[in-house]
Design a protein around this ligand. Structure first.
Ligand SMILES: C[S@@+](CC[C@H](N)C(=O)[O-])C[C@H]1O[C@@H](n2cnc3c(N)ncnc32)[C@H](O)[C@@H]1O
Length: 384
């Protein structure tokens, strides 16, 4: 049975489900590093979020409220599991001051200001100048202490903004400037994930793997990991550095193997994208390909946003399967939720949506009496 046919059957049964055609996220969903070239003209719609702790305290409880909120800030800063310090060859960066377990919160930060992504350079320069002018003295001092890799190519404030702004969401139309998060350096084998949590209006960073005390905290500036040459080119062009991370330092033979795996991951991702847009092939085939992708993730030690994204694809595909589709979709919804919790925290709106999706499928019957291998074969439809 082909996808289209499967989908029609499924829609008849569950009417309310949407076809997966709108679901395949771009590889760089809500992640990636500082933004690169602003291109199109657009209108600046985002105002900098205000610091709600202080504002609420001021209006509701007067002085006592302000004291409470300041205490909260002190508490928050005391609970930070990192310090900012010089890192050889990288300028400043974040270093863990204690062990941070996988999935744990590292920071959540309000932007000091936000900017639209698509605006011509002159308009952006003007807006950055205005935003910087309206910062308080401490924030302005801290802003000017951030790195500017663009030298005299632009005004100093705009050079700083261009070097450090982080995306605010998937396919974000705006970016934000952060005093701590903007200090996080890149690694192609990053150990932390940046994510814009629109419910709380904060950028969050969570540990993707266990991070030991003294270890640098890193994010991925590209959203997803391409091959060595592609990564080097991008990072050199956009961020003016040669990446010497663990992955980029592999001996040639191992690097070639890694590149081959990364290439295959990209091919599978494209095929799955086509399938989700209504491509003409079987959901079983798509699930098998995703299973292969997870093996490649494992071999490449990838444990980032790609995991949640691939499980979400599996969930969408499973919903197109007539027999046992709901049970599989339930498992994949639970796994997507778990992966989102690791990378974004359980208060992330997208994690919450997946939790709800899993709960809606909680009555779907699970196959009984299978060992792990049999369950895996059933789940990914590997038999036959
Ligand atoms: C957003 S800033 C990160 C914070 C910066 N290191 C600082 O001192 O403020 C991005 C810049 O940091 C440096 N950087 C980030 N990751 C790096 C890495 N893996 N190796 C060398 N330099 C890096 C590059 O100069 C890059 O353009």
């Amino acid at each position: 049975m082909r996808f289209r046919a499967d989908w029609k059957v499924h829609k008849k049964v569950c009417g309310k489900l949407k076809p997966p055609s709108t679901q395949h996220d771009p590889p760089s969903y809500n992640a990636g590093g500082p933004y690169s070239e602003p291109k199109d003209l657009g209108s600046p719609t985002n105002q900098p979020p205000r610091d709600t702790t202080i504002n609420k305290a001021e209006s509701v409880q007067g002085l006592q409220g302000v004291v409470t909120s300041l205490n909260n800030e002190v508490l928050e800063s005391a609970s930070r599991p990192y310090t900012i310090r010089a890192i050889a060859g990288k300028g400043k960066g974040l270093v863990a001051t204690r062990k941070i377990a996988k999935g744990k919160w590292i920071l959540s930060e309000l932007p000091i200001f936000t900017l639209p992504k698509r605006l011509d350079i002159r308009a952006l320069e003007h807006q950055v100048a205005k935003e910087v002018e309206s910062l308080n003295d401490d924030h302005r001092r801290a802003f000017f202490d951030l790195t500017n890799i663009h030298g005299n190519a632009y005004s100093q404030p705009f050079g700083i903004a261009k070097t450090n702004a982080l995306p605010l969401g998937s396919n974000a139309s705006s970016v934000g400037l952060f005093l701590d998060a903007s200090r996080i350096n890149h690694s192609c084998r990053h150990n932390a994930q940046n994510n814009w949590n629109e419910n709380i209006g904060r950028l969050t960073i969570h540990a993707l793997r266990d991070i030991e005390e003294g270890q640098e905290i890193t994010i991925h500036y590209m959203g997803s990991t391409g091959e060595y040459e592609e990564r080097q080119r991008f990072l050199r062009e956009k961020f003016r550095f040669d990446c010497k991370c663990q992955l980029c330092s592999l001996p040639l033979a191992q690097r070639n193997l890694s590149d081959a795996r990364l290439r295959e991951i990209q091919v599978i991702d494209r095929v799955i994208g086509e399938f989700c847009r209504g491509g003409d092939f079987k959901p079983e085939t798509a699930l098998k390909l995703l299973h292969r992708m997870f093996r490649l993730f494992d071999e490449e030690s990838i444990w980032d946003a790609s995991i949640a994204r691939a499980y979400k694809d599996a969930y969408d595909i499973a919903r197109c399967i007539e027999n046992g589709g709901e049970s599989r979709a339930r498992v994949f919804a639970e796994r997507t939720y778990a992966a989102r919790c690791v990378a974004e925290g359980n208060d992330s709106p997208v994690a919450q949506k997946m939790k709800q999706a899993a709960e809606e499928l909680s009555s779907a019957k699970m196959p009984q009496g299978m060992n792990d291998g049999e369950f895996k074969n059933w789940l990914w439809m590997l038999d036959g």
